[in-house]
Write a protein that binds this ligand. Structure first.
Ligand code: IMP
Length: 442
């Protein structure tokens, strides 16, 4: 029996979906333990491109897929996602499981979040994630099993309605929720995960992280975070009964880092202002951009990475902010989640970068800082110190499957990150499923 956990080392969108899809066939069970449909895992396989938000990427194999109690589940989104998969011919009717203890996201949570984020300015995915976790902490959250307890359900809706002056009709909310859950239950099993894992005590299990550690409610750049703990540390609480994790694998992009939404990002290339009006699929890279990038222009470099790496949110379509590698953040992530190995994705996106600068420390008010600051105003003032620079390889690595054929400086980058963080067990060299170099992960 092996329990392997995959987690995003930075601010999410590290390319976990592809890696999970690749290794899932080795596992009997794939579980998610935190977050909700704010996540977006894009899987590219023989069925084309599929963006998954709630259902683990293991759904494309024969794995049993479990949505754990630490997740917050919008039943309407889950139903849509199930229908999308069914339309693609994916049969999962006897292998999709939902924890009865998972909290639900109801439509009015999204309205509450919209009002709150107008004041707070986190730039959420507008999926009601934070409100579901807030109600959970407030002890008025509504779980999957609570639908079978109408008095409890209605009482909690009434509390929310009074708290936010929403004029909700608890009976109506209950009827609608029961109806959509009824649809879902036709093709899923609502379970207590404790006996479930007892029954599968010798199974190999893959634990699928969502988002990234720097977005964690405890470990992230608070308050510019999501409201769950995406680190594998939370897996056993977010999926009750899950056996102890044997191996943790951190996923990060090889040549750069990204972030969506607001919040400090010390190695950002250009500024958030550059992204105003930018729409997914509508940008083009010009010769002028490449020329500017060659002369070190950071806005042009950010644009190159965004377009070449297709850095647009899978859930919201928002353009992602791009930045150079940040070892201060990566080492913090390593210290918190203790990965046994790492996977470097999107290596080919670096093919045209003239140089790969790596931030090794921050300058903060005249001091050199190597610990990731907690105070948001400190992090906002941090200036990256690029003490390590690797020459760009400036030749195509896209689709390469042989480590020895990689350019020397690509190998130098892999060795460097391997020494600083954890052994590199896979390199991804393209979007498609078969574009990777296995160095021990499979
Ligand atoms: P929320 O999770 O919708 O509350 O959003 C809080 C912050 O987390 C925002 O900055 C989002 O852009 C970010 N976020 C949430 N989920 C993801 C993800 O899957 N990838 C990247 N960023 C995310």
């Amino acid at each position: 029996m092996t329990v392997t956990a995959i987690y995003g080392m930075h601010w999410g969108d590290e390319g976990k979906g592809k890696i999970i899809d690749l290794i899932a066939p080795e596992y009997k069970i794939v579980v998610r333990f935190a977050g909700g449909d704010n996540a977006g895992h894009t899987v590219v396989n023989e069925l084309g491109e599929t963006a998954l938000h709630l259902i683990p990427s293991g759904i494309f194999t024969n794995a049993l897929c479990v949505l754990g109690n630490g997740m917050v589940i919008n039943p309407y989104s889950l139903n849509n996602e199930m229908n999308k998969l069914k339309n693609k011919g994916v049969d999962f009717s006897d292998r999709l499981y939902v924890s009865e203890r998972a909290h639900l996201i109801l439509p009015y949570y999204i309205d509450i979040e919209e009002q709150l984020d107008k004041k707070l300015g986190v730039g959420t995915t507008k999926k009601g994630i934070g409100i579901a976790y807030m109600f959970k902490a407030q002890r008025t959250g509504i779980r999957v099993c609570d639908v079978e307890d109408p008095d409890t359900f209605r009482k909690r809706v009434k509390i929310h309605s009074d708290q936010y002056n929403l004029d909700l009709n608890p009976d109506e909310v209950l009827d609608n929720t029961a109806q959509v859950l009824g649809e879902i239950k036709k093709d899923t099993k609502v379970i207590d995960t404790v006996p479930f894992f007892r029954d599968y005590s010798s199974a190999d299990i893959l634990v699928e992280g969502a988002q990234g550690l720097l977005l964690g409610i405890d470990s992230g750049t608070f308050p510019y975070v999501t409201s769950s703990d995406p680190s594998p540390n939370y897996a056993n609480a977010g999926c009750l009964g899950l056996p102890a994790i044997d191996k943790t694998v951190g996923i990060m992009k090889g040549p750069y880092v990204t972030r969506v939404g607001h919040g400090p990002f010390p190695t950002e290339l250009g500024t958030e202002k550059d992204l105003e009006g930018v729409k997914k699929g509508e940008e083009e890279l010009t010769e002028k951009d490449i020329e500017l990038m060659s002369s070190g222009d950071s806005t042009a470099t950010g644009k190159y990475l965004r377009i070449t790496g297709w850095e647009y949110g899978a859930t919201t379509g928002r353009p992602r902010r791009c930045g150079f590698l940040d070892l201060v953040a990566s080492k913090y992530s390593k210290a918190v989640a203790r990965p046994d190995a790492i996977v470097l994705t999107k290596m080919d996106v670096g093919d045209e970068l003239p140089e790969i600068p790596i931030c090794t420390a921050y300058g903060l008010d005249g001091n050199v800082v190597t610990d990731f600051p907690a105070k948001i105003s400190d992090l906002e003032r941090c200036v990256p110190i690029y003490d390590k620079r690797i020459q760009g390889w400036l030749e195509p690595t896209r689709g390469m499957t042989d480590y020895d054929k990689l350019p020397g400086s690509t190998r130098e980058l892999i060795r460097f990150l391997g020494n600083e963080l954890a052994p590199v067990e896979m390199i991804s060299t393209g979007r498609e499923r078969n574009k990777y170099i296995d160095m021990g992960l499979l």
